[in-house]
Design a protein around this ligand. Structure first.
Ligand SMILES: NC(=O)c1ccc[n+]([C@@H]2O[C@H](COP(=O)([O-])OP(=O)(O)OC[C@H]3O[C@@H](n4cnc5c(N)ncnc54)[C@H](O)[C@@H]3O)[C@@H](O)[C@H]2O)c1
Length: 300
């Protein structure tokens, strides 16, 4: 019988969301997929993995992702580790024939992402990355309306992801602010979702006509202990420079001729976690206004 034990690598902010998702949806698939089970949660900070195992009913804790991938009981792997580990960990999982879902951004740069894409295509498993905002039913409906010609030919798109998760200078330095560990800053962390949304709605980008990126909080204090997501923790007096963008904007041209304006910020005070877009066409426009995609505002 095929082994489809589920493992989550990384028990930080988003590893917890994966655990909750598997726990919620497992009953739908039991009996349809052989050997499906909530198997292992792995984090080098084993106390985080232990807490998720207890909360979501997984069987085992691990501190070593390599041994998890070598376990023949594991068939499905969620990679919820910091960005710099995605290339190595996903490559190893694909080589072992696992089904892999890897958090965005897939890699630190386009060349590494292409390498993973090629390995995924050559692997016998299924693989995906996490562009979760596409899965909002209203967004899928808007895409269908655009494809059906309801707004005519799309000619202008505005997409923005405004967040304030890093606006407080007293939040700790973490892997997110180091270029070698995160790659770009707001561009990859949240801009990746906005760019994916634009591609989902109007197609591929043909040209980036101009772009700017800025760092507004230049130094951050080291944490005294471990960091998790954007959580507040006790700080050391020692600081490190922030090496990647706090906000970024760009002018885009899509293959279908549509012109696009994109921006992403992690220091947009007062915005919370706000992805929004407007697509205008020759016959009308569709929009998901600020707060809609992360809150309850009515679709216009
Ligand atoms: N899809 C989304 O909306 C979304 C939202 C947040 C984060 N993410 C992505 O999820 C990934 C993780 O982000 P996060 O916010 O959960 O980070 P995090 O810092 O909260 O968690 C990362 C965890 O990985 C663990 N870790 C680090 N190195 C390890 C190693 N060698 N072996 C085992 N564990 C190790 C850390 O101890 C930490 O608990 C990132 O790629 C991020 O971009 C996606």
């Amino acid at each position: 019988m095929a082994k489809h034990g589920i493992a989550i690598l990384g028990a930080g902010m988003i590893g917890a969301a994966h655990a909750s998702g598997y726990r919620t949806y497992l009953p739908r698939f039991v009996g349809r997929i052989d050997g499906l089970s909530l198997a292992t949660i792995c984090d080098e900070n084993e106390s985080l993995a232990r807490a998720l195992v207890a909360n979501y009913g997984f069987a085992k804790v691990s501190g070593d992702w390599r041994s998890v991938l070598d376990d023949p009981e594991i068939g499905i792997v969620s990679v919820a580790l910091p960005n710099f580990l995605h290339l190595e960990v996903v490559s190893a999982a694909l080589e072992r024939g696992k089904h892999v879902i890897c958090e965005k951004p897939l890699a630190l740069n386009a060349a590494d992402a292409r390498t993973l894409s090629r390995k995924a295509q050559a692997s016998k498993g299924c693989s995906a990355t996490v562009f979760n905002y596409r899965r909002i039913p209203a967004v899928a409906a808007i895409r269908e309306l655009i494809a059906a010609g309801e707004i005519g030919a799309p000619n202008q798109l505005l997409v923005q992801f405004q967040c304030d998760y890093a606006a407080d200078p007293d939040l700790p330095y973490s892997w997110r602010y180091a270029r070698a560990r995160a790659g770009a800053g707001a561009l990859l962390d949240i801009g990746a979702h906005a760019i994916d949304m634009a591609r989902f709605l109007v197609g591929e980008v043909a040209e980036v006509a101009g772009a700017m990126a800025s760092i507004s909080i230049k130094q951050r204090h080291l944490a005294l202990g471990a960091t998790k997501g954007h959580d507040r923790v006790a700080l050391s007096a020692e600081t490190r420079p922030v090496e990647n963008d706090d906000f970024v904007s760009a002018l885009l041209r899509f293959e279908n001729g549509c012109q696009g304006l994109f921006c992403a910020s992690r220091v947009a005070v007062g915005f919370g976690n706000t992805l929004s877009f407007t697509v205008a066409g020759t016959k009308g426009q569709l929009k998901a206004p600020p707060r809609y995609l992360s809150g309850s505002e009515r679709l216009e």
